[in-house]
Design a binder for this molecule. Structure first.
Ligand SMILES: [Zn+2]
Ligand SMILES: [Zn+2]
Length: 1022
């Protein structure tokens, strides 16, 4: 006997029981350990940050991370999976800053870096329990007991080792460069971080500014009135930093007279600047303008060196566009990559008019590149300006607030030509959403461009799912590689392991704790040993060159470096686990994250591995699309459209959510998520499967069916042969789809099989299970359905591990006690290809098609499916089709509910009076609209049986209960029941069928059938 399986199932409850079973029997650990010695299958877990609740997108990636290793284990691989937690970086710091109510770095310093970092350490695992609970509840099997944690000393030490390798090969350098800088976080961002934070439709000023030519330059152009260069910008705050204007040397420029002054700009952009139709008094080439001077917008003190050309002049630039602006580009070397480059080349002074927090400086100064070098080398000192008044408007204001103040000031001085607002795309800090400023400063870089070719070559070896990411998003990213700006002027992170001499300025990169301790004059070590700031900053040693103190540089490193180093750092390589390259722990067979990681973790993994070992560290990657709400909008707390995974799981269960994630849409697509989609999956798939299972258990128990492993059965009916053929084909398909990292395709194949199993095999076999004799045909039906369900439980185990286990526990362990005690300890099914009959599959598909056309024609004729018909006319595509239907004729007749078929070759022959046709692509079925009285009576009898069966269920009778049936009706009804009494009794398990007013205790209902009133009553017999 099987444990009864009610058709009313509570999936979350079933799953909770399975979770206890797994825990009690240690199933996960055993599923891993039992495969020791087999080939390895390695999953790298991309470490999440546990300082907030896991969201639905985390569930999505965790489900995809889970399904492949589960499958591999069933296929005989040894696959320990290790959890990891990303614990460093700005996200954590920001959270703590919020808690403490801080808004600047100064407040952190004042508070104390030790206390601040202690709070980061605590906060970072604040939601660890919830993450663990979620991970367990959704059945993501990963070792949570021995996770790698990026803030551990051992983890940090491996990062140090990796940086040291790069340092020794000259791949780490400090550059004075313009980097994307977050003014709020006070730190540079790497280009991959910038890529995460672009926002569209950002409103900014769009202004045209007049730069007045010096009298000397005006004379050189022979202009008799005041003349101005017209330049365009969307960042007015950079204007005080202007020290040059650039033109395209070969382009045409025009001098236009406007209100008694002259404006100079590119001819091609006159219209765009609103100057079309004004009189052009002079035309010239850009080259003619080069070398002219103009008056600075603000009189900022400039430190020149001997031989420097004067600033505020026109230079040539091949970057000057004729698509927007005026063809004259405002150059502020401190605030743009191109500006900086051209400034270095042309010897332009660099003016920092704002500080690193994005606020306007009181008294900015400018220094030419040569002057900066002299100061750096101690050959000159920074001048102290004699002015004491603010030189620029908006002192102390944040750049975006300074914009209008600067514009007002320029307007009052007649230098603002035109001012509008535009909407464009602008980068913001991906964490705090402050607008990024391109800012020239010192930053540490990893020279990834030195290995660009290897990065690209390595990508050729990686299999991407979906494939278009490989040479699309990821490949493009590699093609456009720039050096990795990897230092952060922050507190809670892996400290950059570079020490600098206080006296001679020499650098030393330290590769391990041991290295450090062996340095001459090493001091500052305290217990407990912590490699974080501020403790690591206390560690000093003697300079090799001059003997003075070496102190660590203040920066920490990009937390993406941490996570990208996980293939090594999780093992504390090379200090421990030196064999990981030989024993299969490196590289990973499989990783999976969302598409934004092409510039995040996927990239940092690939970059570090290529830099260190010149090879990729992962072989296969499933790249997931983003998850949006039902309307296609991004989920955010602000919008209030965030869907909590727990709410879904508690209502529908984890399997429903998993099945949705795996099958609703191919992994790379953007998906719209709502509760309804999970409800739909439950109804369409899980309940269909459950109902078949429940049906089997119920009838098998009534008939005392016991599967016998020993008996090799010869299948009795075409139907059995067909579903077994389909089942074996399914094994082949699912296996190959999972092998190709396509769980979506695999899942959809299973779903379509379950549909056929339920809507065709079980529906068509109902009478075989129902009839009272226990003959060979019945045994064959039971054995067939049993085999289907047991195989399904194994095929489904990687996808919906709970329901698969429920089926397995009851169907397999309930009978065979020596079987593996969990489906997850079982082997993946192997197809018996000799049982695949492709022709039978095609034949049956055709029968399905014809019956569906038959139903459509009936519905158009207004004839119920239960109404038998004498004959229908069928048109098929070919003579092969005709043979197919001949082979399966009993099924065809039964499905169509007809006594006979007439075949025709031509669509025209279907066009008979009194027939209604339904057709599709060369196939058609025509049904007669008129029904003979005799058939109408048979239809009525079937209708009565159907009502009685529904009433049995409504009355709560068991399927096997015998009943007494009563009826009341007119002459017609009485005659029908008399004529079909045997049939009705047999179908409804009625021992008696009597006319009369139903007595007390009878379940009764009245109907109108075919225009006749009828009252029916059923009563259970004891
Ligand atoms: Zn920020
Ligand atoms: Zn020194």
């Amino acid at each position: 006997m099987f444990r009864p399986a009610s058709s009313k199932v509570n999936f979350p409850q079933v799953e909770e029981n399975i979770l206890s079973l797994w825990k009690e029997k240690n199933v996960f650990e055993r599923s891993v350990d039992s495969r020791q010695g087999c080939p390895r299958f390695v999953l790298y877990e991309g470490p999440p940050t546990a300082n907030g609740s896991p969201g639905i997108h985390h569930v999505l990636s965790r489900v995809f991370k889970d399904v492949i290793p589960r499958y591999k284990v069933m296929k005989g691989y040894y696959s320990p999976r290790i959890a990891g937690w990303d614990t460093h970086g700005l996200p954590i710091e920001l959270e703590v800053e919020r808690e403490l109510g801080f808004s600047s770095k100064a407040q952190i310093e004042e508070y104390g870096v030790d206390r601040f970092n202690a709070q980061c350490r605590e906060s970072v695992l604040g939601y660890l329990r919830e993450w663990e609970a979620m991970t367990e509840r959704i059945g993501f099997w990963i070792d949570l007991k021995h996770p790698y944690i990026t803030m551990d000393n051992s983890y940090i030490e491996t990062c140090w080792w990796a940086i040291k390798q790069m340092w020794d090969r000259g791949l780490v350098y400090q550059g004075y460069k313009v980097t994307p800088h977050c003014p709020r976080c006070g730190t540079s961002l790497s280009s991959h971080e910038v890529a995460l934070g672009y926002q569209d439709n950002v409103e900014d000023p769009s202004v045209y500014i007049k730069f007045k030519l010096t009298e000397e330059s005006q004379r050189r152009l022979n202009l008799g009135k005041p003349a101005y260069f017209l330049a365009w910008t969307t960042t007015p705050w950079t204007l005080p930093g202007n020290t040059a204007l650039a033109v395209a040397p070969d382009a045409d420029y025009a001098v236009v007279e406007v209100e008694n002054e002259y404006l100079i700009l590119a001819s091609a952009l006159l219209k765009q600047a609103g100057l079309e139709g004004y009189e052009v008094v002079e035309r010239m080439k850009g080259n003619d303008l080069v070398g002219l001077h103009y008056e600075p917008l603000y009189k900022i003190p400039i430190g020149y060196s001997k031989g420097d050309k004067l600033a505020y002049r026109v230079i040539e630039g091949d970057f000057v566009s004729m698509d927007e602006g005026t063809g004259i580009v405002h150059i502020a070397p401190a605030y743009g990559e191109i500006d900086f480059e051209v400034g270095e080349k042309e010897g332009l002074p660099l003016v920092h008019a704002i500080d690193l927090s994005g606020r306007v400086e009181d008294i900015p100064i400018g220094l030419t590149p040569r002057r900066r070098k002299e100061i750096f080398e101690g050959l000159a000192v920074v001048m102290s300006p004699v002015v004491t008044l603010p030189l620029t408007p908006g002192r102390g204001a944040f750049v975006k607030d300074a914009d209008p103040l600067i514009l007002d000031d320029l307007k009052s001085r007649g230098l603002l030509f035109r001012s509008e607002r535009i909407r464009h795309t602008y980068p913001f800090c991906w964490r705090c959403e402050a607008p990024l400023l391109y800012y020239a400063k010192q930053t540490w870089y990893i020279r990834t461009t030195a290995v660009k070719e290897s990065l690209i070559a390595g990508n050729n070896e990686i299999s991407w799912y979906p494939e278009y990411i490989k040479y699309g998003r990821f490949g493009d990213w590699l093609e456009n590689n720039v050096d990795w700006a990897f230092s952060r002027e922050r507190y809670w992170g892996t400290p950059l392991n570079i020490w600098c001499c206080e006296s001679c300025g020499g650098y030393d990169c330290v590769g391990s704790v041991e290295d450090l301790k062996e340095k001459a004059g090493f001091t500052g070590l305290k217990e407990p040993f912590d490699l974080h700031r501020p403790y690591v900053d206390e560690l000093t040693f003697d300079c090799r060159q001059c003997g003075a103190r070496m102190r660590r540089v203040p920066e920490v490193i990009d937390c993406w470096f941490d996570s990208g180093a996980m293939p090594l750092a999780q093992w504390h390589y090379p200090f421990e686990n030196e064999s990981l390259f030989e024993d299969g722990r490196f590289p990973a067979d499989y990783i999976c994250e969302a598409v934004d990681q092409t510039r995040g973790w996927f990239y940092s993994l690939h970059a570090i591995s290529t830099l260190l070992f010149n090879r990729p560290c992962f072989k296969n990657v499933i790249c997931l699309g983003h998850i949006l709400d039902a309307k296609g909008e991004k989920m955010s707390k602000a919008k209030g459209n965030v869907i909590e995974p727990w709410a879904i799981i508690n209502k529908y269960g984890a399997d429903a959510l998993r099945w949705y994630c795996l099958t609703a849409t191919p992994p790379g697509n953007v998906r719209r998520f709502s509760e309804d989609t999970v409800a739909e999956v439950t109804r369409r798939f899980l309940l269909t499967l459950w109902n078949v299972y429940s049906f089997f258990v119920t009838y098998a128990n009534i008939d005392h069916f016991t599967p016998d492993a020993e008996v090799t059965l010869s299948y009795q009916s075409e139907l059995d042969k067909w579903i077994i053929s389909e089942l074996n084909q399914l094994i082949v398909d699912v296996d190959s789809a999972l092998e190709a990292y396509n769980p979506t395709e695999a899942g959809r194949r299973i779903e379509s099989f379950v549909n056929d199993l339920s809507n065709w095999y079980v529906r068509r076999s109902r009478r075989r299970f129902w009839k009272s004799e226990s003959d060979a045909d019945k045994l064959s039906a039971y054995t067939t359905l049993y085999e289907c369900l047991v195989t399904l439980s194994k095929l489904l185990a990687p996808f919906i591990p709970f329901l698969a286990e429920e089926l397995y526990q009851n169907l397999v362990l309930g009978v065979f006690s020596e079987a593996p005690d969990s489906v997850h300890l079982a082997d993946f099914p192997v197809a018996d290809v000799t049982r695949i009959d492709k022709q039978l599959g095609a034949d049956t598909k055709l029968v399905m098609k014809i019956s569906s056309l038959g139903r459509a024609a009936r519905s158009r004729a207004g004839i119920k499916v239960r109404q038998p018909l004498a004959e229908v006319i069928v048109k098929v595509g070919s003579s092969r089709d005709w043979q197919s239907l001949q082979c399966l004729m009993p099924q065809v007749l039964d499905e169509l509910n007809v006594k006979g078929l007439e075949f025709v070759d031509n669509m025209v022959e279907l066009d008979k009076p009194g027939y209604v046709v339904s057709s599709e692509g060369g196939y058609a079925v025509a049904v007669p609209a008129e029904i003979s009285p005799e058939l109408a009576r048979e239809g009525m009898a079937r209708e009565i049986v159907h009502r009685l069966q529904t009433m049995r269920r409504s009355a709560g009778f068991d399927i096997a209960d015998y009943i007494a049936t009563y009826y009341q009706g007119g002459d017609y009804v009485r005659q029908v029941i008399k004529d079909f009494a045997d049939y009705i009794k047999q179908e409804t398990l009625s021992r008696q069928l009597g006319e009369g007013i139903p007595e007390e205790g009878v379940f009764s209902e009245s109907y109108k059938l075919g225009g006749y009133d009828i009252l029916l009553g059923v009563k259970r017999l004891g």
